[in-house]
Design a protein. Structure first.
Length: 367
């Protein structure tokens, strides 16, 4: 028979008894209230997964664990974090990042942006890759120049717009064949100007396409604006996933503390156009899924390696705009899962970190 004493003894064995604030046993239902180690969402998720796995292993599937996890109050370090001021009119700022280059992060960012716009959201896209801007090419705005507009007596840049997405990139200010040779502080200053000296208007989302790795640009973004959450893009192979851990570690440092909304596995499998039902896992299988489970974060989507995605990016019309196609459905599902994760993050973390979404355009929070 399942008893409260037996559960308490088990909680001591797995060394989480100090986190438990309330415990009740009703038949085969175990109700546990506990607090997470830190306010970070990935820590809360990791604890939830570990608890459910431990209970299933110890007591079997017949025992139902009813778990409620709350986040602790922020520490003094977290309260004193250097966070940028909210940009008026922008509801949520999402960093699209990767641990290494060549994983298709900008392609994912461009397709997510147009997908969110198609879903009814007001979307902006900031190309923060100062040294290798690719958004102008992928969204067919090469050669465009932001114009100056006067807002409340101040001259601001008006972002370039296409496919319902407002965008800014250093590529609009430098020539197509001109290399940007700047030291870190100069690049950061240019980036801050594109954020603060632009008339973004009202946005549900501002997606920031970050350069690969962890460096000056990333720290500048973190200090300049209150980033609501980060989405990490990777490919399935081990060498890419190893760098993903470093990227996630940067965002979840106590002094930075930006929630990771989830992981997107790009080039997840190869599907030839003539055999759309076939899947060839040329870079490995379920690498992102296994890592996400280990880190306690969700997998938002698995994007296949399809020739039309590359071709669409080269001609400046993202593949997610292909009505009725399989890739459109995949990106819609990925965007919906990202929004669901964002809603959950805004619900469970202090409201001072971000403004909640008020229009879901067909998405709902996970139950």
């Amino acid at each position: 028979m399942l008893t409260k004493d037996k559960i308490q003894e088990f909680l001591k064995e797995i060394e989480v008894d100090d986190l438990v604030t309330n415990l009740q046993v009703v038949g085969n239902d175990v109700y546990i209230d506990m607090k997470s180690h830190s306010p970070a969402m990935h820590e809360k998720k990791k604890l939830e997964v570990a608890m459910k796995n431990a209970f299933a292993s110890a007591f079997g599937e017949q025992v139902m664990l009813k778990l409620k996890i709350v986040s602790p109050e922020p520490t003094e370090v977290q309260q004193n974090q250097i966070k940028g001021k909210q940009i008026p009119g922008i509801q949520n700022i999402i960093a699209i990042a990767s641990g290494k280059g060549g994983v298709g992060k900008s392609t994912v960012a461009a397709n997510l942006a147009v997908t969110l716009a198609k879903m009814g959201f007001k979307v902006g896209l900031l190309d923060a890759d100062i040294y290798g801007p690719s958004i102008p090419t992928m969204l067919d705005t090469e050669g465009s120049k932001p114009v100056s507009v006067e807002v409340d007596g101040k001259n601001l840049m008006k972002p370039v717009e296409n496919y319902g997405v407002k965008m800014l990139s250093i590529g609009y200010f430098s020539g197509a064949n001109q290399a940007v040779v700047w030291r870190g502080p100069m690049a950061s200053k240019a980036l801050n100007q594109m954020i603060r000296d632009a008339h973004w208007g009202t946005l549900d989302f501002l997606l920031i396409d970050l350069p690969p790795g962890t460096g000056d640009i990333h720290l500048s973004i973190i200090q300049e604006v209150p980033v609501t959450g980060a989405v990490i893009v990777s490919t399935p192979q081990h060498v890419a996933l190893a760098d993903v851990r470093k990227g996630i570690a940067m965002f979840t440092m106590e002094s930075i503390n930006i929630p990771v909304l989830g992981l997107i596995e790009n080039m997840s499998y190869f599907t030839p156009a003539e055999l759309p039902e076939n899947k060839y896992y040329i870079f490995g299988n379920q690498g992102a899924k296994n890592m996400a489970e280990d880190l306690g974060i969700p997998v938002l989507g698995e994007i296949p390696l399809i020739q039309s995605i590359r071709e669409a990016g080269d001609v400046g019309r993202p593949a997610a705009l292909q009505e009725g196609s399989a890739i459109e459905e995949i990106y819609i599902s990925t965007a919906q899962k990202m929004v669901e994760s964002l809603v959950e993050r805004n619900k469970n973390l202090p409201p001072t970190e971000a403004v909640k979404i008020t229009t879901m355009a067909g998405c709902s929070s996970k139950s």
